[in-house]
Structures are given as structure tokens and as C-alpha cells.
Design a protein around this ligand. Structure first.
Ligand code: ATP
Ligand code: MG
Length: 442
């Protein structure tokens, strides 16, 4: 993409309404635009990040055996009356009436709807386990929308729902999602720590929030330092091997980790002083087992191997991709701007023409641009006629992992400079060596 053609409304000034760095940088880098309280449009740069985040989530959900569907945002209130949540949910739910005076709502979550899909088609234990997910906009009328897309009213969520014959099956489904989450956040360059979370009356220990440590986080968290070095399973992990998956979950749930709601002073005292990490955190995902809470009132059952009807045992598994885009910035930036981890960067490379209009600079940039793109790299080519200093500032602000800097002096020597955004390291490279250095994307 040529920057001269790219819709990138960069802000020079710091927007006053932004209280935290990710919100400030997302606005300044032209990623999002606020449209109302807790409501945002995603502009091209932001949309590219959001898509990358969603694709990683999707790949890991699929790898773990979940199947993607897409349910509507507007739901019928009737379904929610069946589960009893229409009255319970409270003011966060946006209630709507259509022209026929039918009660509708903008979905804050989809347990009822997916249970309705399930009960319409699945009748036998032989069709289990089943896990259906979608990535869809949600609306929650948050009391205090703030921090930009971190806590908005309309936000994107990946929500998965598992159906199993019994608790044992549901626990295996929970464990698969647990491991899928470890891989998902790890691939985004994040250290997300699973922390025990409240389960409500159905209880058990099957509820974990995945938390990223960041000083601007809304929750206070307590965990063992060991989490920072625990290994995350590779792509070859076998999701059909219950023992292997269970082993990973045991390892990742052994050290102490809890949010303030679940914090136990007694257990915390057992963690040696030097290993205690008490910090603030951002919740980026939540997995939750709730058994027959919806299947019973909504009569979602299957015939078991014993010939009897069983209400299915369920769980739900959420991730907030829009919140994640901000959380990644909270975890990865410096005073000059965003530092995108490669996996979610909106482009791989910023190609900077320091002197647009100079025949040689234009020629070298044109050739590099074409060559890198045909090698499958995503390149943002700054072909504008701004000053070099302003171009560097833009490049650092939007934070692509690599910059290739093409100037008249270098070009005369057959050289360009490459800069790693994260380390700031610069290196001079022969022009002919650039294609090899930035070969095809893995
Ligand atoms: P929170 O405690 O932050 O309000 P929650 O417990 O209500 O979150 P869930 O219902 O578990 O969240 O939703 C799953 C995921 O959706 C969360 O982990 C988070 O990443 C995301 N999410 C929830 N609410 C919002 C919001 N208002 N804005 C952006 N993302 C959100
Ligand atoms: Mg909430």
C-alpha cells in the first residue's frame, strides 16, 4: 500500500480525552474514531490489526476442534425469557422493540441462541463433543465506558460454547479451550496468565480469566513469578489427547494466581516473597464452565449411551479482539509510538523514501516495493513528499516491525538502512541483499 493513497488520519496533538497510552496511540495513529460513548469505527490501520487478531483466534479455535458459525446481533427476547435471563441481566442489556411491538435485544452474549441451535439438531451423545463459536459484535451498556476500545459499549467478541454429555466431557472441553487460549495470546506476543475467577453458584474451579499484566489494567491481580517462564505448547500439540491437554492445564494452574475477587491471603503467604508478583491486569479472555444452567430450562438434552435423556453440560469461552488490540499496545510501545509484535502488525515493513521525487530514490523504492510484495510481504510505502524527520516520526508512531530507509546518499553507494522498531537497531544493507533479508513470509 502506498501511503499517499492510504487513509491514515494521523493526529499531531495528543487527544485530551485519552487517559491511557493505548487509547492515545490508537487515536494518534489513525486506527479508530470515536462515534459516541463507547462506540468506535475502525479505520484501515486499525481494521488490519483487528483482522490479524481475529485470524489468530480463529486458527487456534479451529485447531482445538471448535467450529465457526455466525449468529445475529439482534436477538428475540423470548429466548432470554426461557432461560430467565431477560429479567436478570440488568441495565447492561440494550432492549429494543420492533415495529410489531416484539421485544428484541442487542446481544451482550449468546448462550441462549446457541443452545437453541443445539437443541434443534443434536439428539444423541454420538454427536458430542461439540463446540461452536462466532466472532461477532456485542453491545453492553457499560456504566463507565472508558479507555477507548478497552471498555466500550459496542465491542467485538469471540465467544465459543461447548456441549458435552457429562461433567467429565465438559472438563475436557474446558481444558482444550484453556490450551487454545495459551497459544492464542502467546502468538500475539502477549504473556497472558490464567487466573482463577468467580464461578457463581454453579461453582467448581472451572473458571479462569486470562490476564495481561499492565499498569493501566482495571483489576488488581496476584500471581507467582513462575508464570512468566512457563512454556506454551507448540502447534503440534494433540488436542485429541486428553492426558496431554490435561497435563498442560495442570502445569498452568499449579502456581498461585488470582484476581482480587478470588484472592486468598493465606495461600498468598505461602508464595515466597521474591516470587510474588502483585500487579494490575487487563482481562483479555474468560473461560467458564456452567453445566446445565441453560440446557435445563431450555430443554437441550441428548440420549446417552444408557438410553436416558441427559441435559448437556456446557461452557462458554470469550475473548475480546477489540480490547486485545488495545491491550497489545499497552504491553508494547515506547515514547515514540506503538511497537507491533510481528504476528499482529498491520503491515510487516514501512518502506521510507527519504526524498520522494529524486529519480534514484524513487526507482530503488519502486523496485523494493514490487519485489517485497511479490515475496508476500505486506509493505506500507511512504511515497509522500514530507520531510524525512516527519516520515520517521510517522513510522515510529504506527510501529511496523521493520523500516527500510532509502535516501540519496545510501542509494549512491547501492545501500539502504534497515531499522528494527522494537530494538531501535539500525543496519546498512546492500540493496541487492534486501530481498534475501526479507524473504517470503513464513
Ligand atoms: P469485564 O469484567 O472486563 O467487564 P466481562 O467479565 O464482562 O469483562 P466476559 O463476559 O467474560 O467479560 O466477556 C469476554 C471477553 O470480552 C472479556 O474477557 C473481554 O476481553 C471482552 N469484553 C468484555 N466486555 C468488554 C467491553 N466492554 N469492551 C471491550 N471488550 C470487552
Ligand atoms: Mg463486563
Amino acid at each position: 500500500m502506498r501511503l499517499s493513497r492510504f487513509f491514515l488520519p494521523i493526529l499531531k496533538e495528543n487527544p485530551r480525552e485519552a487517559e491511557i497510552v493505548s487509547h492515545r496511540l490508537m487515536l494518534r495513529a489513525g486506527m479508530i474514531r470515536q462515534q459516541g460513548a463507547g462506540s468506535f469505527s475502525w479505520l484501515p490501520l486499525g481494521k488490519r490489526v483487528l483482522d490479524k487478531v481475529c485470524n489468530i483466534i480463529r486458527e487456534e479455535q479451529n485447531r482445538a476442534g471448535a467450529q465457526e458459525i455466525l449468529m445475529p446481533t439482534i436477538q428475540s427476547a423470548e429466548l432470554w425469557m426461557e432461560s430467565g435471563r431477560y429479567d436478570d441481566y440488568g441495565k447492561e442489556m440494550l432492549r429494543i422493540t420492533d415495529r410489531h411491538e416484539r421485544k428484541m435485544l442487542y446481544g451482550p452474549t449468546n448462550e441462549e441462541m446457541v443452545t437453541d441451535i443445539f437443541r434443534a439438531y443434536v439428539k444423541s451423545y454420538k454427536d458430542l463433543p461439540l463446540n461452536l463459536y462466532h466472532i461477532q459484535w456485542k453491545f453492553r451498556d457499560e456504566v463507565r465506558p472508558r479507555f477507548g476500545v478497552m471498555r466500550s459499549r459496542e465491542f467485538l467478541m469471540k465467544d465459543a460454547y461447548s456441549f458435552d454429555l457429562d461433567f467429565e466431557g465438559a472438563r475436557a472441553a474446558y481444558n482444550r479451550m484453556f490450551v487454545a487460549y495459551l497459544r492464542t495470546f502467546h502468538r500475539m506476543g502477549l504473556k497472558a496468565i490464567p487466573m482463577r475467577a468467580e464461578t457463581g453458584p454453579i461453582g467448581g474451579d472451572l473458571s479462569h480469566e486470562f490476564i495481561i499484566l499492565a499498569s493501566t489494567g482495571e483489576s488488581e491481580v496476584f500471581c507467582h513469578r513462575e508464570f512468566l517462564d512457563l512454556p506454551v505448547p507448540g502447534a503440534d500439540i494433540d488436542f485429541t489427547d486428553e492426558a496431554e491437554i490435561g497435563g498442560v492445564v495442570s502445569q498452568w494452574t499449579a502456581p498461585y494466581a488470582a484476581t482480587d475477587e478470588m484472592h486468598e491471603e493465606a495461600a498468598w503467604k505461602d508464595v515466597p516473597d521474591k516470587d510474588r508478583l502483585s500487579a494490575r491486569g487487563i482481562e483479555v479472555g474468560h473461560i467458564f464452565h456452567f453445566g446445565t444452567k441453560y440446557s435445563e430450562p431450555m430443554k437441550a438434552s441428548v440420549t446417552g449411551p444408557d438410553g436416558q435423556e441427559h441435559f448437556v453440560s456446557m461452557g462458554s469461552y470469550g475473548i475480546g479482539p477489540s480490547r486485545l488490540a488495545a491491550a497489545i499496545i499497552e504491553a508494547s510501545h515506547d515514547e515514540n509510538g506503538i511497537i507491533w509484535p510481528e504476528a499482529v502488525a498491520p503491515f510487516d515493513i514501512m518502506l521510507i523514501n527519504m526524498k520522494t521525487g529524486d529519480a534514484e530514490c524513487d526507482r530503488v523504492c519502486g523496485e523494493l516495493y514490487a519485489g517485497l510484495r511479490s515475496a508476500g510481504r505486506e509493505v506500507l510505502y511512504d511515497d509522500t513528499d514530507g520531510r524525512a524527520g516527519a516520515k520517521f516520526a510517522t513510522a515510529d508512531l504506527i510501529g511496523l516491525p521493520w523500516q527500510i530507509i532509502v535516501g540519496p546518499r545510501g542509494v549512491a553507494n547501492g545501500e539502504v538502512e534497515i531499522k528494527n522498531r522494537a530494538t531501535g537497531e539500525r543496519q546498512t544493507l546492500a540493496i541487492s541483499a534486501v530481498p534475501g533479508r526479507f524473504g517470503a513470509r513464513a
